[in-house]
Write a protein that binds this ligand. Structure first.
Ligand SMILES: *[C@@H]1O[C@H](CO)[C@@H](O)[C@H](O)[C@H]1NC(C)=O
Ligand SMILES: *[C@@H]1O[C@H](CO)[C@@H](O)[C@H](O)[C@H]1NC(C)=O
Ligand SMILES: CC(=O)N[C@H]1CO[C@H](CO)[C@@H](O)[C@@H]1O
Length: 494
């Protein structure tokens, strides 16, 4: 994901892929280029990939269903100060979890002498309770069940540790971490199970379920700046015009973008919009904007210039698979490690929405990417009656009015997702904004820019490394304070 798109070295190439998988392509559903992932040198990019297994309850809310399934988890103990160092619970989210990613958590673990444990999210990766992901079988896939999974796992892990260390009734101080949807889970975990953790880091945490998420597109416009925004809007207009032409012309257009398989125009338009989003979300805006603004100045074909970015950068170096935008593919109920897009769409279509619809004026994406497009997708992929009840979700967790405590919220200024996060500080819940040209999703944990992954950040490529550094220092002070409050009270929670 650098500007040198065409000449990416193999190493940079694989780091981008790893990065993408680790961060989960949150923009749309999921983009998990598994086949390419296998080429990675996984050892240096993960703290550990050694799989461990845990027996989890399938339905935490049923009084009589006692079925269980195998859930995958990881532990990293290299920095752990035995016996009473802290335990960092690093939440995995809406994609396969092949290990504990070697991001800023490793710096924090070293600093605090912490163990790091990570549980794969139910249904994703190798932690599916079922052999087929029919809509009926997806009924236990929810954030509420996932939070309960984490609580049960946390309890069990502590007990096993106590057994190993021959100690009773004493607990290590726990701290929970997550980025993006796992960031929301991290905040919600502290909200629902405050007695199980000393505090939470909720990085780019999307705690507000949003039905018509028009602020998302608006933020892309702001992050792009006037010139790039105008170019993107002109491209959308031209693409819309060409989609009104006869079928053969429409096919030509889709082929130009390497997306001939997207027969439904809405899927294609969503894909076209999402390709631009990624540049801002992950801190590489110039990769997209520089060639577009240049093409515009030179009077060159803008659609052609954008298609080149999409094919070479979005599909090529990032390795996004076009089929993840294809409703036909989303209907596939087969269970495999790269089926996360169907699963995430199910969560979107039942709980959180975040429908990335076009605002009524000044939109960047096509106005055809509207509420109906999303509702039709939910119905077509999962069946009648599947649509999100965002109000219920927000009543359950509180949205941005979450009444938690000891939760750190962090956001990147260029990240469209920040409008679904908690951006204002409140007592015991500080919120920090990391402001810079390429500060996007999860900057605090993934460095700046967020790809290629560089734990401490890449000062050469980050427009303001000091703003990242400042927020990290504040995070460290908070974590230190809350852990010590826990310890002095002799408890694993406060
Ligand atoms: C990032 O920095 C490297 C050198 O550290 C440079 O080769 C590359 O072009 C930079 N990428 C961007 C997007 O600025
Ligand atoms: C979402 O947008 C659609 C179309 O503009 C509108 O009909 C609907 O009322 C909106 N819903 C909410 C909850 O804002
Ligand atoms: C802590 C912080 O800087 N919060 C800011 C986040 O962004 C919003 C605007 O989107 C500001 O209003 C907040 O002050």
């Amino acid at each position: 994901m650098t500007t040198a798109t065409m000449r990416l070295s193999k190493q940079v190439f694989s780091v981008s892929l790893l990065f993408l998988v680790a961060l989960s392509g949150f923009a749309h559903g999921f983009v998990t280029p598994r086949t390419l992932l296998n080429r990675l040198d996984e050892t240096s990019k993960y703290l550990t990939t050694k799989e461990l297994w845990f027996d989890q309850t399938l339905d935490h809310f049923s009084p009589y269903d006692h079925r269980q399934f195998k859930q995958r988890y990881y532990e990293f103990l290299d920095y752990f100060q035995v016996p009473d160092g802290p335990i960092f619970l690093n939440i995995c989210g809406e994609s396969s979890c092949p290990g504990i990613t070697n991001d800023y958590i490793s710096v924090l673990a070293k600093k605090f002498g912490a163990a790091v444990v990570s549980l794969e999210h139910r249904y994703y990766g190798k932690s599916s309770p079922f052999k087929s992901h029919t809509t009926e079988n997806l009924k236990y896939l929810s954030s509420k069940q996932a939070l309960f999974d984490l609580a049960i796992f946390r309890q069990w892990y502590q007990e096993s540790l106590n057994l190993k260390q021959n100690k009773r009734d004493s607990e290590n101080p726990w701290f929970v971490f997550g980025i993006s949807y796992p960031g929301a889970l991290s905040a919600w975990f502290r909200l629902k199970f405050p007695h199980l953790t000393c505090g939470s880091l909720a990085s780019s945490a999307v705690v507000l379920a949003v039905y018509n998420f028009t602020d998302f597109d608006k933020q892309i416009g702001e992050s792009a700046g006037p010139e790039c925004k105008a170019a993107l809007q002109e491209i959308t207009q031209l693409v819309d015009q060409r989609l009104a032409l006869p079928l053969s012309e429409r096919k030509k257009l889709k082929t130009l973008f390497g997306a001939a398989e997207l027969e439904i125009d809405g899927d294609f338009l969503y894909f076209v919009a999402d390709a631009a989003v990624t540049a801002f979300q992950y801190g590489n805006p110039d990769t997209l904007c520089t060639p577009l603004v240049e093409a515009k100045k030179a009077g060159e074909d803008l659609v052609g210039a954008y298609a080149k970015y999409v094919k070479e950068h979005y599909i090529g170096s990032i390795g996004v698979s076009v089929q993840t935008y294809n409703q036909k593919h989303l209907k596939n109920t087969a269970v495999s490690e790269d089926n996360s897009d169907r699963l995430w769409w199910f969560q979107v279509c039942t709980e959180v929405a975040y429908f990335q619809v076009a605002p009524s004026t000044d939109s960047i994406r096509s106005s055809k990417v509207d509420t109906n497009y999303h509702l039709d997708l939910c119905k077509s992929v999962f069946g009648e009656g599947i649509y999100p009840e965002v109000d219920v979700t927000n009543i359950y967790y509180g949205g941005t009015k979450i009444a938690g405590s000891k939760i750190i919220f962090t956001n990147g200024s260029q990240d469209p997702w920040r409008h679904a996060s908690k951006q204002l500080s409140s007592p015991d819940m500080p919120s920090y904004l990391i402001t810079c040209h390429n500060c996007g999703h999860g900057t605090d944990m993934r460095g700046c820019p967020q790809s290629p992954l560089s734990i401490e950040g890449n000062a050469q490529n980050c427009s303001s490394p000091e703003s990242v550094h400042k927020v990290r220092q504040q995070m460290i002070e908070q974590i230190d304070l809350w852990l010590s409050e826990c310890k002095s009270a002799g408890r694993s929670y406060m």
